[in-house]
Design a protein around this ligand. Structure first.
Ligand SMILES: CC(C)(COP(=O)(O)OP(=O)(O)OC[C@H]1O[C@@H](n2cnc3c(N)ncnc32)[C@H](O)[C@@H]1OP(=O)(O)O)[C@@H](O)C(=O)NCCC(=O)NCCS
Length: 155
């Protein structure tokens, strides 16, 4: 494998990030029949890049952005024993680069950054049918908690 560089995302990466976002949406489409067929977007990329409470990382190989992930420091619910937590999202690795530990390296860096912000609890959302993603997260120590349920009278 060619050398992979991990770095913070920049505004210049926006075109590449928009493509990864669409690929992520396509990867998740089989798990959610409510996703818009066209014009679906998940993220405010400018905000993720600029926000000081967020670390958006990319992995680059041969000058191309091939993977992403962010952690955002968020205020926690009052009932919890932690005031703030890290929310992780936009975990995506281009198909040719999967299974080589890239996501693990990105998430480890995000968790380390979160720890530097005094965060000790980390959360993420993943579709219950996304077995490979769940396995990757479990290997990092994540365990399932809340399950979202849906009643959709239109589908
Ligand atoms: C989920 C995803 C980000 C994982 O990226 P990745 O770089 O392939 O994951 P890693 O190689 O870091 O995997 C970490 C661990 O999970 C395991 N793993 C990853 N994919 C796996 C698979 N398909 N089957 C079995 N184990 C898998 C790896 O073996 C690895 O364990 P190891 O370090 O002991 O070998 C990637 O598959 C992806 O982009 N999927 C499509 C988008 C998506 O579903 N994103 C998640 C949104 S919540």
């Amino acid at each position: 494998m060619s050398d992979v560089i991990f770095r913070e995302a920049l505004h210049d990466d926006k075109t590449a990030l928009l493509k990864l976002e669409q690929s992520l949406i396509e990867a998740e489409r089989p798990f959610n029949a409510s996703l818009k067929p066209v014009g679906a977007y998940y993220y405010d990329l400018d905000h993720l890049i600029e926000d000081v409470q967020t670390q958006l990382l990319v992995a680059e190989a041969d000058g191309e952005v091939i993977a992403s992930g962010y952690v955002q420091v968020r205020r926690s619910k009052a009932a919890l024993n932690h005031d703030q937590h890290g929310y992780l999202g936009f975990m995506f690795v281009a198909e040719n680069y999967r299974g080589q530990g890239l996501n693990k390296q990105i998430m480890q860096r995000l968790i380390d950054w979160g720890k530097d912000q005094d965060v000790s609890a980390f959360y993420l959302d993943v579709y219950s049918q996304n077995a490979s993603a769940i396995r990757a997260y479990e290997k990092l120590g994540f365990a399932p908690t809340l399950m979202e349920m849906q009643l959709n009278l239109e589908n």
